[in-house]
Design a protein around this ligand. Sequence first.
Ligand SMILES: CC(C)(COP(=O)(O)OP(=O)(O)OC[C@H]1O[C@@H](n2cnc3c(N)ncnc32)[C@H](O)[C@@H]1OP(=O)(O)O)[C@@H](O)C(=O)NCCC(=O)NCCS
Length: 154
Amino acid sequence: MTGLSDTLGLVSLDETDLPAMHRIERAGHLYPWSERVFMDCIRSGYYLDGAMQDDRLLGFAVVMPILNEWHILNLCVDPAVHRRGVGRYLMNYVLDQAVKSDIASLWLEVRIGNAAARQLYETLGFEQVGLRKGYYPAKAGREDALVLMRPVAS
Ligand SMILES: CC(C)(COP(=O)(O)OP(=O)(O)OC[C@H]1O[C@@H](n2cnc3c(N)ncnc32)[C@H](O)[C@@H]1OP(=O)(O)O)[C@@H](O)C(=O)NCCC(=O)NCCS
């Protein structure tokens, strides 16, 4: 499989992209957000960034700005194109925008058992700064969340 990042474009997503976003969300997460949650994010003015190939949405990131911190609330890539650089492309875009916007730090939570995402964030310089016990629903009870943070160099 080859990387896709050379063929991707970045778009800001809005209500018209909800069906495509939600299709990826349902395919990518065991406990997907409802469309209502995406709507709330759009109405709250959060940043919804999409990675497009031609007219097809391949993944997205949802970022909540809080003063000079950005919280990455969601990152999801179509499982049909996993491990082809789409997640890294989106994260690099968010990082790049954070630098341009003079943001101090990026924050996110990740399931302790999510090896793929943890590996991605580690390669991008995120470090664990907290642990939320039983934060996520899981097949067998609850699963801990790691709180990760990355300072943004100005
Ligand atoms: C996590 C996720 C966004 C990664 O997206 P992706 O497009 O498949 O990832 P990329 O191809 O950009 O990979 C970037 C790096 O992440 C790591 N990675 C990605 N998938 C991995 C896997 N299955 N196992 C181990 N490391 C993995 C690697 O370091 C990889 O770099 P490399 O391919 O050069 O080794 C994707 O797996 C996904 O959408 N998962 C479901 C939703 C989710 O868990 N979101 C994160 C919530 S915090």
